[in-house]
Design a protein around this ligand. Structure first.
Ligand code: SAM
Ligand code: SF4
Length: 351
């Protein structure tokens, strides 16, 4: 039996999901995200990452999502997945409690060989991000030159990534392949219906994300948010939908197309915050723990990781931090509570 001690915070929210960032770097520069092009200093080593995953599993984490920046830029991704895969098979290992290991990627580097390696290394699910089907809009959203071929090349690469991911066994019907799209008013709202039509056609669950005020560099203002209710109205006008709800601890509210063409989801963190059952911890590529996407500072976990990870005291540090947790920024935003304007950026936090 695995020794575990489940932990809840001061709002009775359990720790169940870990989003671990492998790098802060990205090969795109999405306008809503504004990543750094340099790596953070003090990137975690593989043994430190594994120690963090183990400590989180001991405290209740059942779902691990690897993210970035762009996680496919990391040559440590497959070795990490492989190490996780081996440990998940060991009865009694805390990692054997992981029910899923997922990846979020912009897909540009996901060719057939890489997709096969990821699958073999034990990855269960991939979410790819794409904000339009028009090459000019894709370029504008992704921070690529709007003249020339960059937008169409990026679009073609993501479409190909969808094909190869499916071919190697990430089955969208089992939820193993999904599409994320940020919809920003005045930038790509005209892509909403084309993206939905594409996802329906491909049998992919599309997750429409409201533009969030994460970080301090993306020039966020409320009038650039397209609320989920409005996205829903536009979709319903074309394809009647039936609500499926939002699973406890989940981020997405889901709907089924009444004509049987699958499911569409919305992540309405701005207009319909879901802080009340938020179960996610985020650990940055340099070992900072954030319990809220909208926080300004995290807990530096490095003192428990170097020179070598200290498993027991890491569990205690994480448990103490989580049990003292009280944050619910998104709900406070809607209550207009004044909060810290200096927030950490999305490419650092990992989404
Ligand atoms: N580079 C990978 C990707 O783009 O999928 C993984 C990291 S990215 C930070 C994770 C997710 O966060 C992406 O789906 C991205 O679209 C989303 N995202 C980034 N900034 C956002 C923002 N300001 N509002 C809403 N979603 C955002
Ligand atoms: Fe890169 Fe992802 Fe941020 Fe876009 S959303 S800049 S792909 S990390």
């Amino acid at each position: 039996m695995v020794s575990s001690e489940l932990v809840t915070d001061r709002r009775q929210r359990p720790l169940q999901v870990l989003r671990l960032s492998l790098t802060a770097r990205c090969n795109l520069a999405c306008s809503y995200c504004q990543p750094d092009h340099r790596e953070v200093s003090g990137l975690l080593s593989q043994s430190q990452r594994l120690a963090l995953i183990e400590a989180c599993c001991r405290l209740g984490v059942r779902s691990l999502r690897l993210t970035g920046g762009e996680p496919l830029l990391s040559d440590q991704l497959e070795p990490l997945l492989e190490a996780i895969r081996l440990r998940r098979q060991q009865p009694g290992d805390p990692l054997s409690q992981l029910e899923e290991v997922a990846l979020t990627s912009n897909g540009l580097l996901l060719d057939q060989a890489r997709a096969e390696r990821l699958r073999r290394a034990g990855l269960d699910r991939i979410t790819l991000s794409l904000d339009g089907l028009d090459a000019g809009v894709v370029a504008a959203m992704a921070g690529l030159p709007e003249v020339g071929e960059a937008g169409s090349r990026a679009l073609a690469a993501v479409r190909e990534a969808i094909v190869v991911a499916r071919e190697v066994g990430f089955d969208p019907r089992l939820g193993a392949l999904k599409l994320n799209s940020v919809i920003q008013r005045g930038r790509n709202e005209d892509q909403l219906l084309p993206l939905a039509a594409f996802a329906r056609d491909q049998g992919l669950e599309l997750r429409l994300i409201e533009f969030m005020d994460v970080g301090h560099r993306n020039g966020w203002s409320g009038d650039q948010v397209m609320p989920a209710a409005e996205m829903l109205r536009q979709l319903q006008a074309v394809w009647p939908l039936e609500p499926l709800g939002r699973p406890a601890g989940g981020t997405a509210r889901r709907w089924r197309y009444r004509d049987g063409a699958g499911v569409v989801a919305m992540i309405a963190s701005v207009s319909e915050p879901f802080c009340s059952d938020c179960n996610r911890a985020r650990i940055t590529a340099d070992g900072q723990l954030f319990t809220c996407l909208f926080a300004s500072t995290g807990l530096n976990l490095r003192p428990w990781l170097q020179p070598h990870p200290d498993a027991e005291s890491l569990v205690v540090a994480l448990r103490d931090h989580w049990s003292a947790r009280i944050d619910r920024y998104s709900e406070e935003r809607s209550l207009q509570v004044q909060t810290d304007p200096e927030r950490a950026d999305m490419a650092y936090l990992g989404g």
